[in-house]
Design a protein around this ligand. Sequence first.
Ligand code: ZN
Length: 163
Amino acid sequence: MRIQYLGTGTAKGTPVASCSCSVCSIAREKGGKDARKGCSVLIEDDFLIDLTPHNQISDFIAGSEQRYILATTTGHEHFHAQTLQASLGASSSSGHLDIYGDAGLNNCFIQVPPSEQKKYVKERLVFHTLNLFKSVRIGMYMVTALPARHFRTAMVFLIEHAP
Ligand SMILES: [Zn+2]
């Protein structure tokens, strides 16, 4: 299983704009490896965990192969509907994207101003609700959502190759 970390900061990246904690202060001062993008992981080429405002996903959604996005929570830093909207709107691919997360995830486009919402974009998205401790097959993987030590319905994922 090939895992690529696209960002290892907080969901908002590090430093957080208005934060004066020691981690953010050092990251702001030193930059470089201390300044990190929002936390996101790509597994193989088809499986993205969390879509942050920092993600460039045009390559991810291009082409006709099936793609999956898992969101650890519905917070817009973890599933940034505007980034998805912009990337899909600019893509010539017509395939659909399967998106997995908690029950509130399919309301994510409420965050996108109506003037920016494009109907065809929503038609390309298929939302699936994950239930804690229940394994589901997603592509070539078995995914089990587990509760995160975070707020609301945040999840972490156990990901295994499907038998
Ligand atoms: Zn901070």
